[in-house]
Design a protein around this ligand. Sequence first.
Ligand code: FAD
Ligand code: 2HG
Ligand code: ZN
Length: 501
Amino acid sequence: MQTAFRSFNLVRNLSTKPSLFNSTQLTKDKYPYLRRGPYAKIETTDIHFFQNILGVNYVITDQTELVPYNVDWLKSVSGYSKCVLKPKTTEQVSQILSYCHKRDIAICIQGGNTGLVGGSVPVFDEIILSTSAMNDIISFDKLSGILVCQAGCVLENLMNYVQNEGFIMPFDLGAKGSCQIGGNVATNAGGLRLIKYGSLQGSVSGLQVVLADGQILDSLSTLKKDNTGYHLKHIFIGSEGTLGVITKVAIQCPNAPKYVNVAFIGLSSFHKVLHLFENIRSKFSNSLSSFELMDSVAIKCVCENIGLKCPIDDGLEFYVLLELSTDHSFMTKSLQDFLEESFMQKIIEDATSADQPSQIESLWKIRESIPESLLRFGYVYKYDITLPHKYFYQILPDIKERLNNKFNVKAISGYGHLGDGNLHLNVATTAHNEDVVSELEPYVYEWTSQYKGSISAEHGIGFLKRKYLKYSKSQLEIDIMKKLKNTFDNRQILNPYKIFP
Ligand code: FAD
Ligand code: 2HG
Ligand code: ZN
């Protein structure tokens, strides 16, 4: 077993933006049964109105410039919006929404456009309201750890900002270089450290939101405790752009841990992965800040398609990346002893550990590059499910059997946030094929529902999963959600065709 870290080359700056050339089929052609809602079509007078509010540079109508805003990161859906608006202030958003509400113009709200369920791009010709120009940090209180910022701040910029103050953001995602805090809140993003720092529902203390008719709802509380009536912020966390435009976020940041240790571990069976998880939790309990599973297919894809190198024996069935965050200097030794012991007990086959930032980053890069590495094949069918731990990997052999030697499938991989019971099942092919979809859906959702799991653990429902909401929500729950939608957006102008079947 290795205990010393071996360095290896990294491919940096993975692209997270679609190219200017749109090769993605239009959503309206891919799903011909869809009908455009009775919304107004954009006219020159509308464009002039928007230009008056925002200035000409913040209204995009050029055909080529529009492309990356119309296509999602996965290149699975594409709208044909003729107009992107880039407000800088809440007041501008309010004016835009008030106007669109009166004119019956449909709007798709877009942050970093890294969403994985087709929610961030228009389905037809909805105008796109991009929050990218709303990127001011408003305040940071070192006593409370509360950061207040505009919704368009890129997550990585916020991470760097609070790090300089001795804090961390309470969550982290592979898309951090592009995704925005507003989009993170709108999707209730989970990510890599939820096991220790909890979900955004716990760490977001307040939000400012512009409602569909242009009213500004100021719930931007920076208080840790506030039980005065209903917590309206929770309605918007995870609302995926269907209830209002999040314009400002107040979020609680934890103090940066003094010591971070990461281990990259190889194991020969899934049973042993669970054994390791049980042991590490009982030994390090609250210090465990990540427990990520990667199967051999995921590692192979990262190595072959991205060019990264597996830091340990690359012939094993499963790999775990675990992270400990503490204020205790003895953690490096404790972790190495733990790995040594697990090796002696034949729970793990190989491992390497790191406690220096650059080494830690290199190990994380392997995990964070998995989505990109699978997409390099051409097209990926993605399932993001929560399951009880004992069934976590059990769907993989079933799927392999269903797709066995058919459809020129390039990879079937299971990876994800095992610590939170969140599996990412990815099937990669060279191009989209409806026959593959028919093999996978509703099969995956039925399977998940049978084990009382969730059909969307962290990515949301968006456009791609709306037909399957019923596998995780009862009819009564869906009816109440619809009533809420009507209360907040009676003209259905915000992100139409999303979430609801
Ligand atoms: P977008 O993609 O632009 O939008 C997502 C949704 O939010 C859309 O429905 C949009 O209408 C809505 N929205 C955006 N901004 C606002 C706003 N200001 N007000 C109201 N609605 C808004 N997700 C995880 O949960 N965990 C992960 O570990 C994770 N890793 C990822 C890794 C990669 C490489 C990629 C590409 C994606 C990953 N994601 C992950 C997906 C995740 O949902 C997004 O990355 C992120 O939360 C979306 O932020 P965004 O700014 O890109 O939003
Ligand atoms: C991750 O955990 C993201 O890497 C993306 O949630 C998962 O692409 C996926 O399926
Ligand atoms: Zn994830």
